[in-house]
Design a protein around this ligand. Sequence first.
Ligand SMILES: [Zn+2]
Ligand SMILES: [Zn+2]
Ligand SMILES: [Zn+2]
Length: 338
Amino acid sequence: MLKLIGVLFAVGAISILPVKVVNGRINEKNDCVMTYSFSKEIVNENEDETVENEYSFLSSPLSFWDGCGSTYDIATVYTPNGSEVEVLIDKRTMSQTDINNCNSNGNKKVPQATLIADSTNKYNCHSYAWYQQSTDNPYWMNDPSKYYTDGSYYRTYTPNINDRICYFDKSGNNLHSGIIIDKYSGVSSSVCGDADMYKVVSKWGAWGLYEHRGDQCPYTSSYGGDALSVRYYHRHNFQNSYSNTNTSQHIAYCICGESITENHNYTYSNKTVTGHTALCACGKREVQTHLWTMYTNPNWGGPYTYVECKACHFIKRLGDNEFVPVRPYLVKNNKETI
Ligand SMILES: [Zn+2]
Ligand SMILES: [Zn+2]
Ligand SMILES: [Zn+2]
């Protein structure tokens, strides 16, 4: 028999919760309740009964949740430039029925959008866009602003594929983040900035992960949301294309057009006793002789001498009277140098 010892935050609680300040930001909407209306029946652990979690969804898939009253842990992730960002780990698990209902809610809310991954309370839009693009992402992120204020990303007005898009309300709150995956030609309708000129992938709160035209999501006024403008953020990735690939260095380009000149970044294959093949992502391919250095392993006894290639880490034992160049010496078996 189910013995109920508690029912946690029913939907009715929304009207009595005070305004909260979380991470210096006023949570005027009590989004956690709106996003996370949730009742949980807790059974006596001594009884052999299944714990039932029942989520009651969801007036809108807001992407802010302060974990109030819930079972969660706090963790830290880092921006590419090393700033700390607080994230939440929701320990609750949605049932398949909950997932189906949330998927359906999202599909009905924006019929033009395409669901590409199931609803889940584990990760939200900001976490997906800024931290990790994986459905295994375990973190819910409320405030991604460090990513675009610490220099990891910078604002651009001419976004490219893989740039981030953020949706702001009139008070300057970032309500939603996504990733640009395509561009459209034509003239913007200016519903939410020029968001309609881009195809976006984004997670809708605890609802599903969607591909959608930038303005076609629950956060814009067309679908009842509060977002009025968008901003775009870029981080250089100099692996888009290369030139000067036959010189000792290549020039590497970001999709935005910026470039750097840098040494080839080789990987090594075809290792033999004399050499290796070096291959760079730019296309430069070169058969090289090993660059020997002395190799010592304290667990290896015996009167032998080993050398290791500094580049490819190939190791070999020198044969009797075998000489190889080890700068600045020539090394011979039996650890002699000449
Ligand atoms: Zn760039
Ligand atoms: Zn290269
Ligand atoms: Zn080598």
